[in-house]
Design a binder for this molecule. Structure first.
Ligand code: AMP
Length: 426
C-alpha cells in the first residue's frame, strides 16, 4: 500500500470544515484592516532562501527540499529549486520584481503550504500551512513607523479572540537595529568565549556563526549559561529604544496585553527591531502558534531598494489544534435529502435540487433505485434536517412530502414554497 509521505497528512472532512472556518474568519479580519491577498509560487530558486533566510539557519542548512531542475541542454546544469520553507522571501521577491513600491505601503497576506524537513511530531509536520502577512513599502510610505508594528500585533490579538482562542500570550522583544546589533554581537561573543566550551555542540556552532541564535538553544544544561549572557535590551540605541517604546505605548492604549521577553530572538537573519511570538498553553512542546517581526534590511539584501517591513506567520495546523470548536460543530450539514421514488424520478429530483441549491439550500441527492426506507435511513445518517420525497404523484400535483427528520412531522409543500420553508426552519 502506498501511504502519505512521513510528515505529510491528509486533511479529511469533517476536519476540513474547521480549516475553512479559520480561513473565512482570517479573510474577514484581513479585510477589516485593508490587507489584500498575494499568492506566490510554491517553489522558488534556492538562492532566494539561502540569501534571505540565511545560510546558517536550521531551515537553510538542514531542512529544505531542494533539487536540481532538468536542464534544457545536456551540457548545462539545471537550476537549483526549493519548495518554499516560509513565505516572506517569496513576497519580498515579488515586491522587488513587480516594483510594488509604486503602490506605496503594501499590506499583503497569504495562506498556503510550506515545507521543512523537520522531525515530525504533534504540531510539527514536513508540509504545514501558514497564514501570514507582510506590511512593506518605501520609508516615505511610513513602513518604518512603530504604528505599523502595533497595528499588526493588534490585528493578531483580534484574530485570536475572534476565533475563540483563549489564554494566548504575546511575547515581545526588540532585536535591535544594525548599529546596536553589531555592538551587542561583540559583547555576546566576549561573554561566550570563556563558557562556550561547556555548551552542547550545536550551541557552540551557533556561538561562532551567529551568536544571537544561542538564545534558541533548547538544551536544558545550557540554560544557566544562557541566562547570564548580556541582553539586547541593554544595548538598544536611542532611536531603536524609542521605536520599541512607542510600539508598547500603542499596544497599551488599545488594550493588547503582552509580556517582554528579551530571550526571544527569532531564528531568521533578516529580523530587526520588533520580534514577537504568540504562544498557547494547550499546545504542549510546540506551543508557538505564530511568530514574526520586522525585517527592515531584507529587500536590500535581495538587491531591492530600501523597503522596511514587518510580518508574521501563523502555523495554521497549530491554530486549528488550539481551537475549542469541534469540526462536527462547524460543518454545515445538508438541509435536505431528496429521495426520488421510482423509475424516472432521478430526473425530477435533479430539477428540484437545482432549484433549491440556487436558493442556497444545502441539498444531498438520493437515487431512484433506493427504497423509501433506505433513503430515509441515509438522510438520517448524513444528518439532513429534512427528507423530501419525489414520486410520480408529487410531481403531477407539484406538491411534495417534506419530512422533518428531527420531529418526524411530515407536511405537503407546494413546489414554489419548498426552498423558503426549508430555509425558514433553521
Ligand atoms: P517560523 O516561520 O519558523 O517563524 O514559524 C512560524 C509559525 O509556523 C510557528 O510559530 C509555527 O506555528 C508554524 N510552524 C513552523 N514550522 C512548523 C512545522 N514544521 N509544522 C507545523 N507548524 C510549523
Amino acid at each position: 500500500m502506498i501511504k502519505a509521505v512521513r510528515g505529510t497528512r491528509d486533511l479529511l472532512p469533517p476536519e476540513t470544515a474547521l480549516w475553512n472556518f479559520v480561513e473565512a474568519a482570517v479573510r474577514d479580519v484581513f479585510r477589516a484592516y485593508n490587507f489584500h491577498e498575494v499568492r506566490t509560487p510554491i517553489f522558488e530558486s534556492t538562492e532566494l532562501f539561502s540569501r534571505s533566510v540565511g545560510e546558517e539557519t536550521d531551515i537553510v542548512s538542514k531542512e529544505m527540499y531542494t533539487w536540481e531542475d532538468r536542464s534544457r541542454a545536456e551540457s548545462e546544469r539545471g537550476q537549483s529549486l526549493t519548495l518554499r520553507p516560509e513565505n516572506t522571501a517569496g513576497v519580498v521577491r515579488a515586491y522587488i520584481e513587480h516594483k510594488l513600491w509604486d503602490r506605496g505601503l503594501n499590506k499583503l497576506y497569504y495562506i498556503g503550504p510550506q515545507f521543512r524537513r523537520e522531525r515530525p511530531q504533534k504540531g510539527r509536520y514536513r508540509q504545514f500551512y501558514q497564514i501570514g502577512a507582510e506590511v512593506i513599502g518605501p520609508p516615505s510610505a511610513g513602513s518604518e513607523s512603530p504604528a505599523r508594528d502595533a497595528e499588526v500585533l493588534e490585528l493578531l490579538a483580534t484574530l485570536l479572540d475572534r476565533l475563540g482562542i483563549k489564554n494566548w500570550n504575546l511575547e515581545l522583544n526588540s532585536v535591535g537595529c544594525p548599529n546596536d546589533r553589531a555592538v551587542y554581537n561583540e559583547a555576546l561573543r566576549k561573554a561566550l568565549e570563556p563558557v562556550v566550551g561547556q555548551m552542547d555542540a550545536d550551541c557552540q556552532r551557533r556561538a561562532v556563526t551567529n551568536p544571537l541564535r544561542v538564545f534558541d538553544c533548547k538544551v536544558p544544561a545550557d540554560q544557566p549559561i544562557i541566562d547570564k549572557l548580556p541582553r539586547i535590551s541593554e544595548y538598544l540605541d536611542e532611536p531603536c529604544r524609542q521605536h520599541f517604546q512607542q510600539v508598547q505605548e500603542i499596544l497599551n492604549a488599545v488594550g493588547v496585553r503582552f509580556s517582554l521577553s528579551d530571550r526571544l530572538v527569532r531564528g531568521l537573519d533578516y529580523y530587526t527591531r520588533t520580534a514577537f511570538e504568540f504562544t498557547h498553553g494547550a499546545l504542549g512542546a510546540q506551543n508557538a502558534i505564530l511568530g514574526g517581526g520586522r525585517y527592515d534590511g531584507l529587500s536590500e539584501s535581495l538587491g531591492g531598494p530600501p523597503a522596511p517591513g514587518i510580518g508574521f506567520a501563523i502555523g495554521e495546523d497549530r491554530l486549528v489544534l488550539a481551537l475549542k470548536e469541534s469540526a462536527e460543530a462547524v460543518q454545515r450539514k445538508p438541509d435536505v435529502y431528496i429521495a426520488p421514488l421510482g423509475a424516472g424520478m432521478d430526473r425530477e429530483a435533479a430539477r428540484l435540487a437545482r432549484e433549491m441549491r440556487r436558493h442556497d439550500v444545502v441539498v444531498e441527492l438520493g437515487d431512484e433505485s433506493f427504497r423509501l426506507k433506505k433513503s430515509l435511513e441515509t438522510a438520517s445518517k448524513i444528518g439532513a434536517r429534512f427528507a423530501l420525497i419525489v414520486g410520480e404523484n408529487e410531481v403531477k400535483s407539484a406538491s411534495f412530502a417534506l419530512k422533518n427528520l428531527e420531529t418526524g412531522e411530515q407536511v405537503s409543500v407546494p413546489r414554489a414554497e419548498l426552498a423558503q420553508k426549508i430555509q425558514s426552519s433553521h
